[in-house]
Design a protein around this ligand. Structure first.
Ligand SMILES: [Zn+2]
Length: 384
């Protein structure tokens, strides 16, 4: 990826994003203003050569669909499962794609596209960036109409920058973080791996080797164990249908699941105080019924705690947009050269110990003494 001068004018400022999965590739083309111009969907070819070949085809397809030529594309971003080195543009251990050894995907795809710069990011991070992009363009999600849903007086008005956690409820659980408009990868890329925060020392063993991780309670796998699929539909769908029909056992399992998701939402907000927590991943395809029970749990948890109530959690949690290929859009956003030059890229990370942004503690202390107290206590504990 060469750092030539950026051409942000005219038709050359389009970017393409691809969401590369084990069965299909979703593509999105954004114009210079970040508006979605065209999308495409095609089958993924497996293996290193197949992935490069089908990714190149997806880029050409979506450019064709927009009635443009490849020369109009300024950058390409990819979201892909596996272990991604965003700086090097490589991926390895992408088991579902038949890629085990390190594949220099950015370099190879760029070569196949006549030298267009390509960036590679993990699938969760592109989903977070895409959700932030879409929410910002479409405005805040429609606030819940239930009691206690409106943001508490202490919660600032919606920001004019992207700020959210994308909570992916899939086979496992993890979150992608966009904070103050920037993707937070973390020093080792582990930022947002909340699925492996242990919450119960006596809980079930987790695949990571610890016990009682959030993932053992919240994930699609945990749900399938608690409510195995009996009628050929995905377990979450069957559970929610049974609960809706009044099955007492299903109502208990659904409640436990909603409480666990609510706890994950609470953890994210208490850790990074993001404006939105967006529910995504396979389980979130349940849609509104899932959102409703999670919001109910958040309201319940807040009933006993004025501190929690002050955070306005029910209004912060929302669903990933379902009418847009969010991950492909996020990949296209990351494919912009101005994004690549931003702090989000590892080359430009702020040295450790240097504050990345002005503190907002005065603002928060001024609006909520309980929060200020908790913050002070936490700081002291950490320093001792
Ligand atoms: Zn774990």
């Amino acid at each position: 990826m060469t750092n030539t001068s950026t051409n942000r004018s005219g038709s050359a400022a389009h970017t393409v994003g691809l969401d590369i999965g084990g069965t299909k590739i979703l593509g999105a083309l954004l114009d210079a203003d970040g508006a979605l111009v065209a999308t495409t969907r095609l089958t993924t070819e497996l293996g290193p050569d197949g992935v490069v070949r089908s990714a190149a085809r997806a880029v050409r397809d979506v450019v064709d669909a927009a009635g443009l030529r490849l020369a109009a594309v300024d950058g390409v971003g990819l979201g892909i499962p596996g272990i991604v080195d965003a700086r090097a543009g490589t991926v390895k251990h992408a088991v579902n794609l038949g890629v085990s050894d390190e594949l220099p995907l950015a370099e190879r795809l760029s070569g196949a596209l006549g030298g267009i710069p390509v960036v590679v990011e993990n699938d969760l991070n592109v989903a977070a960036v895409g959700a932030a992009h879409v929410l910002e363009r479409e405005g805040a999600p429609v606030p819940d109409d239930g009691p206690g849903a409106a943001p508490a007086p202490g919660v600032p008005a919606p920001a004019h920058h992207e700020d959210l956690a994308f909570l992916a409820l899939g086979t496992g659980v993890a979150s992608g973080l966009v904070m103050d408009g920037r993707l937070r990868r973390g020093v080792t890329g582990a930022a947002g791996e909340i699925g492996h925060v242990p919450v119960d020392p006596a809980g079930p063993e987790c695949s990571c080797g610890q016990r009682g991780c959030i993932e053992t309670f919240v994930s699609g796998t945990a749900l399938a164990t608690a409510w195995p699929s009996r009628h050929g539909k995905p377990s979450p769908a069957e559970l929610f249908e049974a609960a809706e029909a009044g099955d007492a056992a299903a109502i208990v399992v659904r409640k436990r699941f909603a409480d666990a998701v609510a706890s994950a939402v609470r953890l994210l907000v208490l850790t990074v105080d993001v404006r939105y927590v967006v529910l995504g991943g396979g389980v979130a395809q349940l849609g509104r019924p899932l959102l409703d029970v999670v919001r109910d749990s958040l309201r319940e948890q807040a009933e006993v705690s004025p501190f929690l109530a002050s955070l306005g959690l029910p209004a912060r949690v929302t669903l990933a947009p379902s009418d847009v290929p969010v991950a492909a859009v996020g990949a296209a956003v990351l494919g912009r050269r101005d994004e690549q030059a931003g702090e989000g890229s590892p080359e430009r990370q702020v040295p450790r110990g240097v504050p990345a942004a002005p503190t907002t503690s005065e603002e928060r202390a001024g609006t909520d003494t309980a929060l200020a107290g908790a913050e002070t206590e936490g700081t002291l504990t950490w320093r001792s």
